[in-house]
Each structure stands twice: as C-alpha cells, then as structure tokens.
Design a protein around this ligand. Structure first.
Ligand code: AMP
Length: 281
C-alpha cells in the first residue's frame, strides 16, 4: 500500500491501475477510520477494484463554530487499518494540494435543491464544501466508482445529484450504516462522547425504531411520527433534538402522509456532540 500526498502522484497511480484494466474505487473519508469506513472499503474491493481511500479533513465543509480544529486526526492508525483491509493507496493531500487558490478560492460546486433542507439549513455552506471537495477528488483520483455511507443520507443523495447533473463518469455505491451492538451508528465523532453521554447516544436509533414500529402498526400521520421521535429524545437528559423529520427519500421534501420508502431523519446534540441518523420506512 502506498501513501500518496500529491495530485500528480495520485493521477499517475490511477493511470497505472487503469492501464492494467483494473477499476479504481474511491472511498472518500475524513480519517479517524472505524468499522463503518471498513464496510465501504470491503464493498469497494468487490469485483477486484483497486481501492483508494482519501483521508482529508476538508476545512470548507465546517462552519466557523464547528469542530474543524478538534476533529480527530491519526493518519498512522488510518494507514495501518487501510493496509490490513487490502487498500491499494491512501490519498492524504494537504490543503494547498486541494485548494491551490486558498480556502476562499473562487470556484465552488453547489447543489441547490436537496442541500437547502435539514443539515443544509442548520449548517450553511456545509454541502457546498462537501460537493466541492468530492468533485475535486473525482477529478484527481478519476475513480470508476465511489462509495458513500447511508449514515450520511442527505450527503449521499446530494452527491448522486451532483454526479447526475455534472455528468461525472462515476458510479455512486451506497453502503448500509454500520452500528454498535446498542444501535449507535459508528462515527468518528463518537470518540468525543463522555461515558455518560455515550450511554445516552442510542436515543437516536431508539427514536427511529419507535417511529418504524408506529408506522408498521399503521400510523401514517408524519407529524405524529415526528412527535414520537421528539418525545423519545426528550427522555435522555443530555440529548437535545435538532430535527426529526419524515421526508421523501429522493427529494428530501417533508411529507404529511408517510409512505413506505420514505426516510426518517434525525439529528440531536448529545452533550456538545452533534449526532445524526436515519432509517428508511
Ligand atoms: P466521514 O469520514 O465521517 O466523512 O465518512 C466517510 C464516509 O464513511 C461517508 O460516506 C460516510 O457516510 C461513511 N460512514 C461513516 N460512518 C459510517 C457508518 N457507521 N456506516 C456506514 N458508513 C459510514
């Protein structure tokens, strides 16, 4: 496995793989890798593709009051895990390599429909940063496919839109959310929960489960389903609900009458840490 830091080296490595008639599969990450990322790597390897894992904490997707500085970084441990998983290359570029014109550079990629809702509403500029960095990674790595976790459901849908609208020749492969035994979705941010907070983190998955049960029992009023999620979160003293919404799974527009195939999305702070999760009804 190689660790690549520069754009010319990354491009050259991709060309070599493609000349050998192998596919290149990209797993974009911000590092602090865990079993959720591993699921993406394993799925990426299916069919014999050479797997590139990018590790880059992208400054432009963090708001001014978000956790960019405190975001966990450990490239050595990440590289060891990637090597164990049979990854061909880790691409770990610098900010200069990704933003040659500086972080205020003049070209950004923006999705303007799905990105207005939910996370986009609470985190202005977040998806602009995500789309921009993913577009850059696609241009640099030139992957045949790229893998994204369903844990970040809105991100997955926005990336699919970007690929459709900008005609990127990249197949987007969604991967189901990997969870701890108690239902908590694996996330690099879980490291920041205290023991007491970690004990309350399952409340998001519990709230989604309650909604699913109500739906399966015949409840179709989306506002009732959302209220049930909100009540469930209120029972955890360290948790503060940000949103709980039933939405169309493609447009992410809120629905009044829930249907099979809609998505339930939830975001909450547990202590200072913001967690998100979702479930397809
Ligand atoms: P991140 O490093 O948090 O930006 O995540 C990189 C990729 O891994 C994204 O596509 C995430 O959706 C995916 N991912 C993160 N956590 C999980 C998880 N628990 N299960 C599946 N995919 C995940």
């Amino acid at each position: 496995m190689v660790i690549i830091r520069t754009l010319p080296e990354m491009r050259a490595a991709s060309i070599v793989v493609k000349r050998g008639h192998r596919r290149v599969a990209l797993v974009p990450t911000m590092g602090a890798l865990h079993e959720g990322h591993v699921a993406l790597m394993r799925r990426a390897r299916d069919g014999g593709a050479a797997v590139v894992v990018s590790v880059y904490v992208n400054p432009t997707q963090f708001g001014p009051h978000e956790d960019f500085k405190q975001y966990p970084r450990d490239l050595e441990a990440d590289a060891r895990l990637c090597e164990r998983e049979g990854v061909a290359a880790v691409f770990a570029p610098s900010d200069d390599e990704m933003y040659p014109g500086g972080l205020q550079s003049s070209v950004f990629v923006e999705e303007n429909a799905l990105a207005r809702r939910l996370e986009g509403e609470r985190r202005p500029g977040h998806f602009r940063g995500v789309c921009t960095v993913v577009a850059k990674l696609f241009n640099i790595v030139q992957p045949d496919s790229a893998l994204f976790g369903q844990k970040d459901y809105q991100q997955l849908k926005i990336v699919q839109r970007m690929v459709r609208d900008l005609r990127f020749p990249v197949e987007i492969i969604p991967v189901p959310t990997v969870r701890e035994a108690d239902g908590v979705a694996l996330s690099s941010r879980n490291q920041r929960l205290s023991d007491a907070e970690r004990a309350q983190a399952p409340v998001l998955w519990k709230a989604l489960g309650i909604t699913r049960d109500l739906f399966n029992q015949g409840e179709r009023n989306a506002h009732q389903l959302e209220a049930a999620m909100s009540h469930a979160v209120a029972l955890a003293p360290s948790a503060r609900l940000d949103y709980a919404q039933i939405a169309d799974a493609e447009t992410l527009e809120p629905v009044n009458d829930a249907q099979s195939g809609n998505v339930a999305l939830i975001a909450a702070h547990v202590g200072e840490t913001r967690l998100i999760d979702n479930l397809i009804l």
